[in-house]
Design a protein around this ligand. Structure first.
Ligand SMILES: *Cc1c(COP(=O)(O)O)cnc(C)c1O
Length: 402
């Protein structure tokens, strides 16, 4: 895209700042966002977009959810940050809310998904007998960009040029229990998996897969770690994605939507496993800070008060009703996958041009793995918004000339 064309789409001053001063490690569209409300965002030219991928899935309650805004505004004037040298009431209360809605464990707080996974990986090694350090992870998975998390991410494109990786990660095909069994040895400490692969293309595990992993873990004395950074916190219509499958992990990681758009991450572990993380072994300076804690609490309370778990299930059904028929209709639409408000439409061809095509029509979407349209809409979306956005998306897909 030429600079002249880009300049018509956003403030040339902002474009120049990025060109000169910001490291270009992201593929950025020439659009500068200035304001958001619910499922809508506005750019610096005053144009409005319906956002089906708000905040990369972080803005679970849409843009600027009032309860989160209020909680942060209140807290920021009271106490912005204090370190974990001291206690903070809100962090304790937040941990309780998460524990009660999951498997009754304890929480360690951090600031992002990759950090939550680093904590889980360290904990797995700390908890296991000394000779056990290997962690089995899955092809197509995504666990973050710091070294251990990216080493756990079994996708070669994220490893190019940055090797050597952290040793000890063993990759298996997602969904293949026999392969997992074959990879367990006397050095294995844990199995780490996304219950639903997000970045990998909204891949829902085959029936019995997570149950099978639980069984393998139990038979071999391994920890089962669920990375729910993308699928957790109500996204799938349950508090946590694993609750759709009736299998409990020993350790779970959360981030993205955890604080309704404010940065925050957490690792939960059963009390027995958590005991292996003793004072001095791990830390995060900003972890569980008062702002994140208040935002996290407000997110949970909003989900409950507004009955948003049920809404995720219901709205997910509307996406299915409107998008699934494309599979039969268009030869280049291969599959529709959805659980709650995690939605993937897989094409047989490169789908990346659809991001721009939808943007031109006032709709923000994402494409992952090159050929999967990924939608992580807000749980607070109205049915009318879902229908409007799907109509736009369907029209864009139909007029797409692969
Ligand atoms: C996004 C993501 C991460 C990494 O989270 P960051 O906050 O970007 O570090 C880890 N795991 C999964 C499943 C994710 O979707």
């Amino acid at each position: 895209m030429s600079t002249a064309a880009a300049a018509t789409k956003m403030s040339p001053e902002t474009a120049a700042l990025f060109e000169q001063y910001v490291i270009p490690n992201y593929k950025r569209f020439p659009l500068s966002l200035v304001r958001g409300e619910g499922s809508w965002v506005w750019d610096d030219q005053g144009r409005k977009y319906l956002d089906f991928f708000p905040g990369w899935g972080c803005n679970l309650l849409g843009h600027c959810p009032p309860a989160v805004v209020r909680a942060v505004q209140e807290q920021v004037a009271e106490l912005i940050h204090v370190p974990n040298t001291w206690h903070m009431e809100a962090q304790g209360r937040w941990a309780k809310l998460l524990s009660e809605r999951s498997f009754g464990g304890q929480a360690f707080f951090c600031n992002s998904g990759t950090e939550a996974n680093e904590a889980a990986i360290k904990l797995a090694r700390l908890h296991a007998p000394k000779e056990r350090y290997k962690i089995i992870t899955f092809e197509g998975g995504f666990h973050g960009r710091t070294y251990a998390a990216v080493s756990a991410t079994a996708q070669p494109k994220y490893h190019e040029g940055i090797e050597p990786l952290v040793p000890g990660f063993v990759y298996a095909p997602f969904g293949d229990l026999d392969a997992v069994r074959a990879k367990v040895d006397r050095e294995t400490a844990a199995i780490m998996v996304e219950p639903i692969q997000g970045e990998g293309g909204i891949r829902i595990p085959p029936a019995g897969f997570l149950e099978g992993l639980r069984k393998i873990a139990d038979e071999n004395g391994l920890l089962l770690i669920f990375d729910e950074v993308q699928a957790g916190c109500g996204r799938t219509g349950k508090w946590f994605a694993y609750q759709n499958f009736g299998v409990e992990p020993d350790v779970m990681t959360l981030a993205k939507s955890l604080c309704g758009g404010v940065a925050g991450g957490a690792m939960l572990a059963t009390k027995e496993v958590a005991a292996s993380l003793r004072p001095g072994m791990h830390a995060a300076t900003f972890g569980g800070n008062p702002l994140a804690a208040r935002a996290g609490i407000a997110t949970i309370e909003t989900i409950e008060q507004d009955n948003l778990l049920a809404a995720a299930g219901k709205l997910g059904g509307v996406f299915r009703e409107l998008l699934e028929p494309l599979v039969a209709e268009l030869p280049y639409v291969r599959e529709f996958r959805q659980l709650g408000l995690m939605i993937g439409v897989e094409l047989t061809v490169d789908a990346t041009p659809l991001v721009q095509a939808c943007m031109d029509r006032g709709l923000l979407i994402n494409v992952t793995q090159g050929n999967v349209i990924r939608l992580l809409p807000a749980l607070t979306s109205s049915e009318a918004e879902v229908r409007e956005g799907c109509a736009t998306l369907v029209e864009a897909i139909r007029s797409f000339k692969p």
